[in-house]
Design a protein around this ligand. Structure first.
Ligand code: ADP
Ligand code: ZN
Ligand code: ZN
Length: 831
């Protein structure tokens, strides 16, 4: 212990959340210099174990030393004021309890990585370092190096010092106050700064300025610059305008002469330069739009929602595709902001880069923060801090936006609330953003509006039960009609020899007509790549992944076979790997093949494909949307990406392939999913009154009841049947499910562990509540064998004690010797 700060009589302790999967908070000693100042919700740097230095979060401050261990000192306090609000800490606890994970895992996902240390974090020389005598000779050398280089990352430091345990070294150096660590953490967020120039106050005076112009006659370059400045900033007419100045870069032309003339003007004290911090989100969304005038049904919806909020905390807005739900949201958002509360608008991942953000930014301007997973760390940190400081009263974001430091939310909107992407699967916490939003709202006294054209069975059920308010918009905006949906019987078409590859004759005719009318078409096939597998005609070999129990998808453009589960890639084989035959061919079709075939049928058509492979960059996606919007594209082929929230004027035809696979997928949610997905894709057609929309669904099974519901846009009929099934078979919303999945390299071990888990659990919770073990649909991923054990509980049961027991049981299985290497994934409310 060194004699500088580490005094014996320190009595304050802080319980901190560590960013690692440990089941509890850890207690650290507060150094005397921070005593009485340390805030709940501040980040601190602490040592954990022998080697690790981590960013932790203060959850509690008290004076009770821990009983079981000697508390270590907090090394650094990073925030003077809380970075995380009390509500957030409560939310972290709730999520960790409800979703059965460690609170540190929640913190890890919640905090943008720009606010945490990593091996890229930097150390810096402490300019106030006072005790060089404390350093060892070796340490002196290292500190000199840091001083010389100004800063070093952990990695660089480890290389220079030639040590494995860089943390140890860092710890000693911070202890002696020789270095400041984690400069990157404190300041990893670097504000964006613009250098501006303006006239010094003397020359801002019109009289002096006129005189100056006269004097500069002899220096034409300088005069040019001055006159140009005055064009941007009319300081002669209005000296006040000068205060704001104009960016220096305005005058930079990569022309040495004018650059040096500007420098001269600065040197002479005619101009002065200064820096301003600007927003990374200063956007050119163009003119500020006014609030839209609502149609009568929309007005009624706003009133009904407002009224329902008097009695209920949550309201479901069920409005058909194209009803204009966004406008209803806009009015409610405005009301909430007016009353001084914060607003959070959640959207599924993909919809966010699109049109809606632009629409909202035009209306709400600077008050809006946007939180997206494709954003850089700097941008995420800027939004985080903007919410803390009150700059952003309104945030539009994806699921992780629920973790932002709000403290006075009045309204949370969950748009497309049925979307499965609101549930996070990996890594833990496996939380549902919609369900978590309800909890946040309860904590802060906010209201929640869930919106969808195809509500989840759960939400509609709650509305039916009166737990949520229900408001409906049954007509599209502006008298546009819902699209006419027709089925094409491809079994029949095959019999009549009317199939050309994957296209029926009827579909081809309609596609052609639409092209002639210069109207746009969307073609939906929920499978990317060229074909889902290859097969050999001679021996029935099928391309399969070495690491996973799935087929390898053929991607033609790259001439590769790829596993969509583990990323494994192989070259396309020339001959059958099993028998050497050359008769290998593709089987089935994905978007890539659809695009190719479509181009063969319609050589003149402008076709684009929108799927994961073509939209890896944010700009690619945006570009495709813009092209389509501006009529540069005739046909858009895509996966479910084309179904989400897109609003185009000229789409009059939507074609749907392979609906059957979706409908027949063996999962209790497949009917719900199919109804939602097919209705949403169909909803892209005919969104304007002038252009009626048609939808063609190719199917082998025209009699499937779900298709009739989709055709008649019969959500309620679909719901009535589905809810009956759910009740009969004991599925959510009548039960809650916890899915436990064992993973192991050995199939037997995975199975035995799952068996053990099931046996222990059913003794305690009852036989009918435990199902399995059984193999999931994909039995092996990344060489790990998987087995599921499903726990089903009645909805009204309090699961707190049960969850504790489940955790203990898992712990018991994981620590059993014969199951060495087993991991168990807990998924509460899996989707
Ligand atoms: P939804 O989200 O319900 O599918 P949108 O909110 O995208 O529907 O609205 C569908 C279309 O109708 C959009 O192009 C939108 O701009 C337009 N629209 C809806 N309400 C209004 C309104 N009150 N005034 C003008 N245009 C509107
Ligand atoms: Zn073969
Ligand atoms: Zn694989």
């Amino acid at each position: 212990m060194n004699q500088l700060d580490f005094q014996e009589e320190v009595t304050q302790f802080a319980d901190v959340i560590l960013p690692i999967p440990v089941p509890r908070l850890f207690t650290y000693r507060v150094p005397r210099e921070f005593a009485g100042q340390i805030q709940i919700g501040a980040r601190v740097i602490v040592q954990f174990g022998k080697t690790k230095i981590v960013t932790a979060l203060v959850a509690r401050v008290h004076t009770q030393p821990p009983k079981q261990y000697q508390a270590k000192y907090i090394l650094e306090v990073l925030d003077e004021t809380p970075l995380v609000t009390r509500w957030q800490l409560e939310l972290f606890s709730w999520i960790s309890e409800y979703y059965m994970c460690h609170i540190g895992e929640v913190m890890n996902v919640a905090l943008p990585s720009g606010l945490k240390i990593s091996s890229q974090s930097k150390v810096q020389y402490n300019p106030d370092f006072e005790h060089p005598d404390l350093l060892t000779a070796r340490e002196k050398e290292i500190v000199e190096e840091i001083k010389a280089k100004q800063s070093l990352t952990y990695d660089e430091l480890a290389r220079f010092a030639d040590v494995k345990n860089v943390y140890h070294l860092i710890k000693s150096l911070i202890g002696k106050r020789a270095i400041i660590v984690f400069e990157e953490v404190r300041e990893k967020y670097s504000p964006k700064v613009v250098r501006k120039i303006r006239l010094t106050s003397f020359y801002a005076d019109p009289e002096n300025l006129k005189a100056l112009i006269g004097q500069l006659e002899k220096s034409p370059k300088q005069l040019d610059i001055l006159l140009e400045y005055l064009r941007y900033v009319p300081a002669l007419r209005d000296p006040e305008k000068n205060t704001e100045g104009t960016p220096k870069s305005t005058f930079s032309r990569n022309d040495e002469l004018s650059d040096s003339s500007l420098e001269t003007l600065l040197k002479k004290g005619i101009f002065e330069s200064f820096d301003v911090v600007v927003s990374r989100f200063a956007e050119d969304t163009g003119t500020i739009a006014t609030m839209p005038t609502l149609s009568e049904p929309q007005q009624r919806a706003v009133q009904e929602v407002t009224q329902a909020f008097q009695e209920k905390d949550t309201v479901l807005l069920h409005g058909v595709t194209g009803a204009g739900k966004t406008e209803v949201y806009i009015h409610l958002i405005e009301q909430a902001l007016e009353s001084g509360s914060q607003v959070l608008y959640l959207l599924p991942e993909i919809a966010l880069t699109t049109q809606i953000v632009i629409r909202l930014k035009k209306i709400f301007g600077e008050r809006v923060g946007i939180y997206h997973s494709k954003f850089s760390d700097n941008e995420r940190v800027e939004v985080w801090k903007g919410v803390l400081s009150g700059r952003f009263q309104f945030v539009i974001g994806v699921r992780s936006a629920i973790f932002l430091p709000f403290d006075s939310l009045g309204l949370i909107i969950v748009d497309e609330e049925h979307e499965a992407s609101y549930k996070q699967y990996d890594p833990a916490p496996r939380y549902h953003a919609r369900d978590s939003a309800l909890v946040i709202a309860r904590m802060q006294g906010a209201k929640v509006l869930l919106g969808s054209a195809t509500p989840s069975i759960e939400s509609f059920y709650h509305a039916q039960q009166g737990r949520y308010g229900l408001v409906q918009l049954k007509e599209r905006f502006g008298n546009a009609a819902l699209p006419a949906i027709e089925l094409i019987d491809i079994r029949q078409a095959r019999k009549n020899r009317e199939m050309k590859g994957d296209f029926s004759g009827e579909l081809l005719r309609q596609l052609e007509q639409n092209l002639e009318k210069k109207e746009q078409t969307i073609l939906f096939q929920n499978r990317r790549g060229y074909s889902p597998y290859l097969t050999c005609d001679d021996c029935s070999w099928i391309s399969k992944c070495d690491n996973c129990d799935v087929s390898l998808t053929y991607h033609q453009r790259d001439g590769e076979l790829r596993c969509h589960y583990c990323g494994h890639k192989e070259h396309l084989p020339r001959t059958c790997p099993a028998c050497g035959s050359t008769k290998i061919r593709t089987q089935g079709f994905g978007t890539e093949k659809l695009e190719e075939d479509l181009q063969l049928h319609f050589p003149a058509a402008r076709i684009q494909r929108m799927d994961l492979d073509t939209t890896r960059s944010k700009t690619a996606f945006q570009q495709m949307i813009t092209d389509f919007e501006q009529g540069e594209t005739d046909m858009l082929v895509g996966t479910q990406m084309v179904s989400k929230g897109l609003d185009f004027d000229k789409v009059s035809l939507v074609a749907i392939f392979d609906a059957d696979r979706m409908i027949n997928f063996p999962d209790f949610r497949s009917t719900e999913r199919s109804f939602q997905l097919l209705t949403q894709v169909s909803g892209r057609a005919g969104r304007r009154k002038e252009r009626a929309g048609r939808v063609l669904i190719q199917t082998n099974n025209t009699q499937h009841p779900i298709l009739a519901k989709i055709i008649h846009n019969d959500y309620e009929g679909f719901y009535a049947e589905e809810i009956e099934e759910r009740q009969a078979y004991g599925y959510p919303p009548f039960t809650r499910i916890i899915r436990l999945t064992t993973r192991h390299l050995e199939q037997q071990t995975a199975q035995a562990a799952a068996q053990k888990l099931a046996t222990l659990l059913l003794q305690k919770v009852g036989t009918d509540r435990v199902k399995g073990p059984e193999s999931p649909l994909v039995e092996r991923i990344r060489n790990q064998f998987l087995f599921d054990v499903l726990l089903k509980f009645e909805r009204n049961l309090n699961l707190k004690a049960i969850k504790e027991f489940v955790k203990e049981t898992i712990e018991e299985v994981v620590t059993t010797k014969e199951f060495k290497g087993i991991s168990i994934v807990i998924d509460v409310d899996p989707v």
